[in-house]
Design a protein around this ligand. Structure first.
Ligand code: ING
Length: 324
């Protein structure tokens, strides 16, 4: 069997002024907790080394740049310790961060780090950037300025095989993983691009506000509790629906909690099976680890029957998907 014990490391509130070492230590202890529970792969959230800064409008470039990682994250001062710990523990990690490239571009990025080889197997740059370029006029509005701070990803949706996790001679071969980030999960096309590559586990870190009426275009007098419940409902809806329609497992890890006592992000980290059912989910909106044993061969019935893309899809009728 091709069974892998996978964990999601949910990260609670990270404040704007939190020192980076303090946050890094939290991430490392989450990794250690997941390893102590036998996890072989651990997913961390989007932009997990700092507070979720795209909610703020920065006029000073210097502070904005302080939220980005420069150079190789596996060796850079601010981030290398978690990769070193992953290698020491022999646990693969999938982790999100704000990437500043050598040629001055900025992306919302995540990498899959393979502990055995001590290398990055795959990098993904977020393609669907939500929100706006300009902040709302209302100074109390919750902004979402990813279109201002990041460039749309340029690496596509690429599934990749991961060595050293299961018996490579088993039928179906080495595991096929894929990555997306936060808002990507709301776009069926992102999942189908990975599904058509045979993906068996999709990893998604996220930062989802519980209360952002201006961004959603609804009136600001909606009850915040209702809005938060709706945000969690829509998060689970897309993780479950797209796992089912692509016959794959999915893992989601929230950055959540009340950053700076004001900006709330919802929890709801999940591990979902290829039947669309939630296998594990967090109970808090704090730092929390969930784990599940994922038998990747449970994807086969869906891939060979109901969602056998080769036999059932009729691509000659889908051209609108790439022309509009
Ligand atoms: N955050 C949110 C997300 O897609 C959002 C933005 C929330 C858009 C709700 C629309 C509705 O979960 C990020 N970082 O993409």
């Amino acid at each position: 069997a091709r069974i892998i014990r996978i964990a999601a490391a949910q990260v609670g509130a990270v404040h704007r002024a939190d020192a980076r070492p303090k946050t890094l230590i939290r991430l490392i202890s989450l990794l250690q907790e997941a390893a102590s529970k036998g996890a072989e792969v651990v997913l961390f959230p989007e932009c997990t080394f700092t507070t979720f800064f795209p909610r703020h409008f920065f006029s000073a470039v210097a502070e904005l740049e302080s939220f980005f990682e420069h150079g190789d994250v596996t060796t850079a001062e601010n981030t290398r310790a978690i990769f070193e710990k992953a290698k020491e523990l022999g646990v693969d990690i999938c982790i999100g961060f704000a990437e500043a490239t050598d040629d001055g571009e900025h992306y919302n990025t995540c990498v899959y780090y393979h502990a055995k080889s001590g290398s990055i197997l795959s990098k993904y740059r977020k393609i669907h950037l939500p929100g706006d370029f300009e902040p709302f006029p209302d100074p109390d509005a919750v902004n979402q300025l990813e279109k201002r701070y990041f460039k749309p990803g340029n690496l596509g949706f690429h599934a990749f095989r991961v060595p050293d996790l299961t018996d490579p001679t088993a039928d179906n071969g080495e595991p096929i993983f894929g990555m997306m980030i936060c808002n990507d999960r709301r776009w069926a096309e992102a999942w189908r691009c990975l599904g058509l590559q045979g993906v068996e586990v999709v990893f998604t870190g996220y930062n989802t506000p519980g209360w952002a009426p201006q961004m959603w275009g609804i009136s600001a007098d909606q009850d915040p509790k209702t809005a938060r419940a709706e945000a969690i409902f829509h998060h689970k809806l897309v993780m479950q629906a797209h796992s089912y329609t692509n016959a794959c497992f999915s893992v989601s890890a929230a950055r959540c909690g009340l950053d700076d006592g004001k900006y709330d992000l919802v929890g709801g980290s999940t591990i979902v099976g290829p039947d669309g059912k939630i296998i594990a989910e967090t109970a808090t909106e704090e730092d929390e680890v969930i784990v599940a044993d994922c038998d990747l061969d449970l994807c086969s019935p869906g891939k060979k029957r109901t969602f056998d893309f080769g036999r059932h899809r009729r691509v000659e009728h889908y051209s609108i998907l790439t022309s509009q």
